[in-house]
Design a protein around this ligand. Structure first.
Ligand SMILES: [Fe+2]
Length: 431
């Protein structure tokens, strides 16, 4: 386990806001001035600290460009069988940590995944979902034609079977183990227990046109700079020890608050992920990431440079997804890399701080179907949210992170409490 350096206490304290500040531009001005002052008091300049991160990121960008030029697969790929047997090699592990993203081949049998896809179709059709669908409940994902692309469905037997399965638990524990979950005598999260974060389904049909989703990230917005917990989590960026910044350090990340918003995720996720329910070719509007975990340090420091106005965090604001742009972050976008071809039953994972996007597609070949299932290990933050999830599960409501669309409340064949296994009960804190 890595040794985690504590925050320096000899530097000027930072102002912090545990709830969304009323005066956003004022708070941005205040926190930026304080962060700059803190870096200066540590004996370094903002430009110097940023240059350290930029150099690390640039090395990654150049390596990725070289791999692409040689026709290599940038995304690491590991067979589920090796995770289950404990035969993942040291090289594969190093590559996973270097890239911060992963394809798990054969996570589920292909027939199992295709069966789940059909079960979901039967589940929504028998409950007249398409007849009663009222349009997108938020503006996060668009819809295609009259039918949705994102189904606001959380409690189908297929989704719950996958969430509580041994195979899912094994992969989540493997991914969680890439993080430092314990340091300074604190267990920040339990890598062996998942909180079953319920999320939606995407089913994008053959022939679909989709605009995709622009480059963004999901861990938070202004709270990343403004709450005390995140200021501590990113302490090395702001206290003169930027070389010690470690994207895999969970310290201070798993208990703090998050500013509410339409795009929030209440849970701490080590990795975001989805399981493929159809085969998908790499050029059919698939997920892309900037597979450089240290890029988060770049994003956190970039607004402190002198070319960004004092009341601007490079466009980051509450209630809007954290944008990554050509104007402020052109270096990062050079490394944007799509997943390779995947088959039904493969799963796709990316570090929770990772920049990602979904490519546009025209007249899509084949289906593009996924179940979103992340790794959200047990920790104070996820325990809090699990109470809300348990309630939603019992009543068939939409979980509180999502719009209150509540389609499944009266659907008789949704997954029932009696169908939970031990992992399911532990995930919902029912035992
Ligand atoms: Fe996202």
């Amino acid at each position: 386990m890595a040794i985690v350096t504590p925050a320096r206490t000899d530097l000027p304290a930072l102002p912090h806001w545990e709830a969304t500040p009323g005066d956003l531009p004022g708070a941005i001005r205040q926190v930026k001035a304080a962060l700059r002052a803190r870096i200066t008091a540590s004996g370094r300049s903002v430009e110097d600290v940023f240059a350290v991160i930029e150099k690390r990121v640039r090395a990654g960008v150049e390596q990725i460009a070289a791999e692409k030029a040689r026709g290599e697969t940038v995304w690491p790929v590991i067979d589920y069988a090796d995770i289950a047997a404990g035969t993942v090699t040291a090289d594969q592990l190093a590559r996973l940590r270097q890239r911060g993203c992963l394809i798990v081949r054969g996570h589920f049998d292909r027939d199992q995944a295709l069966g789940w896809d059909q079960d979901i179709v039967s589940y929504v059709e028998s409950n007249r979902f398409f007849e009663t669908y009222r349009g997108p409940g938020d503006d996060f994902f668009g819809s295609v034609g009259s039918r949705p692309e994102i189904y606001p469905i959380y409690w189908s037997p297929a989704q719950m079977q996958a969430r509580q399965s041994d195979r899912m638990a094994r992969v989540q524990a493997f991914l969680n183990a890439q993080w430092t979950s314990q340091s300074d005598g604190v267990q920040w999260f339990d890598p062996q227990r998942d909180s079953l974060y319920p999320d939606r389904i995407r089913r994008r049909p053959e022939g679909a046109d989709s605009a995709g989703l622009g480059t963004h990230l999901d861990p938070g917005t202004l709270d990343l700079w403004m709450t005390q917990a995140y200021q501590r989590a990113f302490r090395h960026l702001f206290d003169g020890t930027v070389e010690a910044y470690d994207p895999w350090d969970a310290a201070y990340r798993t208990a703090g608050p998050q500013y509410p918003g339409t795009t929030m995720c209440s849970a701490f996720r080590t990795f975001q992920g989805w399981t493929a329910l159809s085969d998908m070719a790499h050029d059919q509007g698939v997920l892309h990431t900037v597979p450089i975990p240290e890029a988060m340090g770049y994003l956190m420091l970039r607004p402190l440079l002198s070319d960004v106005p004092d009341d601007d965090m490079c466009g980051v604001t509450t209630n809007k997804v954290f944008p990554v742009s050509d104007t402020r972050h052109p270096l990062l976008l050079e490394a944007l890399t799509g997943i390779p071809d995947v088959r039904a039953g493969d799963s796709v994972w990316w570090h929770c701080d990772m920049i990602h996007s979904v490519a546009p597609v025209q007249n899509q070949r084949g289906w593009g179907n996924v179940m979103y299932i992340p790794a959200a290990p047990w920790c104070p933050r996820n325990e809090r949210y699990a109470a809300a999830v348990r309630e939603a599960f019992i009543t068939g409501a939409s979980p509180s992170d999502f719009p209150a669309e509540n389609y499944e409340r009266d659907w008789p064949d949704r997954f029932q409490p009696g169908d939970l296994n031990q992992a399911g009960r532990r995930g919902l804190d029912l035992e």
